[in-house]
Design a binder for this molecule. Structure first.
Ligand code: NAP
Length: 278
């Protein structure tokens, strides 16, 4: 009997989760398939009803992470506080929702040797990914400031995660950057069609000891290139993707995922895609 898993989103063709999770299952010797399901908002509820019957678990991605909440029979604490689910395990036809994005982000930051506890962080963006990043940073005791072009989204973020999250406006952005130990890009700037853009204002100062972390993965974004020129340590979003996937795998199987195999599978897939695109 083969265990069935999937990732549900729209669009879904770009997702690395199928190759990444296939590598984890293969390395663990578990007979499983992991599929990509493109599901629009109208079909989400009936689709989840089918997954409930025949699947062991699934991931949820854009644009459904919040919408799936209403279909969950149970939620863990992180998913409840974020109001978003990225991992579901199916037990006796009951859907139990988790969110492994914050743990994936913190594991990726720590993998660089940087300890975010008690440090000053500046996060660009106030959307779904930023929510995971900010909640993870608050949980380890970092001081978090957020810069977003839409003030209303920061207000929403603060309402959910608390007033200790400070908003940074255009006038104090340079000061905030010059004093940040950790700078995180949680906007799509740096990935197509915004691949030539950086969230850094021109000529902004960064501390040489700062870690600059871009959630965009698989490319040297303008932000990462600028940060390296200033002598900062940098990390792209691939390790976060791998670590959140490893946490999903652990929830489904109770086993530690082979992150080396997952990382290699992602890099191979990205290389193949680049090759076909050139
Ligand atoms: P989202 O919910 O749509 O939020 C995007 C945020 O970026 C919003 O604050 C948005 O501001 C801002 N933004 C969008 N376009 C912008 C622009 N042209 N200039 C300035 N700000 C802009 O998206 P998300 O799910 O948070 O994803 C954000 C990024 O993180 C994406 O690149 C995604 O691929 C990446 N990500 C990576 C991982 C990983 O594991 N590595 C996981 C999740 C997401 P407005 O509200 O003003 O539009």
């Amino acid at each position: 009997m083969i265990d069935r898993y999937a990732v549900v989103g729209d669009p879904i063709e770009h997702s690395l989760s199928p190759v990444m999770q296939a590598a984890a299952f293969q390395s663990a010797g578990i007979a499983a398939v992991y599929e990509a399901h493109r599901v629009g908002p109208d079909m989400l509820h009936p689709h989840l009803s089918c997954l409930r019957l025949g699947y062991h678990g699934f991931n949820v991605t854009i644009p459904h992470k919040e919408r799936v909440l209403q279909d969950m029979d149970e939620l863990d604490g992180v998913a409840t506080s974020l109001g978003a689910v990225n991992t579901v395990t199916v037990r006796e036809e009951r859907l139990i929702g988790f969110n492994t994005d914050p743990a994936g982000f913190i594991a990726a930051v720590r993998s660089t040797g940087f300890d975010p506890a008690g440090r000053a962080a500046l996060v660009f963006g106030a959307g779904g990914a930023a929510r995971s990043v900010v909640s993870a940073l608050l949980a380890v005791g970092a001081a978090v400031r957020v810069s977003s072009r839409t003030a209303g989204r920061i207000a929403l973020l603060r309402r959910r995660l608390g007033d200790s999250v400070r908003a940074v406006g255009p006038s104090d952005l340079r000061d905030a950057l010059a004093t940040a130990d950790l700078v995180v890009n949680a906007t799509p700037l740096g990935q197509p069609p915004h691949d030539a853009q950086s969230p850094l204002p021109p000529g902004a100062d960064l501390q040489r000891h700062a870690l600059v972390f871009d959630l965009v993965y698989g490319r040297d974004t303008p932000l990462l290139l600028e940060a390296r020129q200033r002598g900062c340590a940098t990390e792209d979003g691939l390790e976060m993707l791998v670590q959140q996937g490893a946490a999903s795998f652990q929830i489904w199987t109770g086993q530690t995922a082979d992150t080396d195999a997952m990382r290699k599978a992602c890099r191979r897939e990205l290389e193949a895609r680049r090759c076909f695109a050139s």
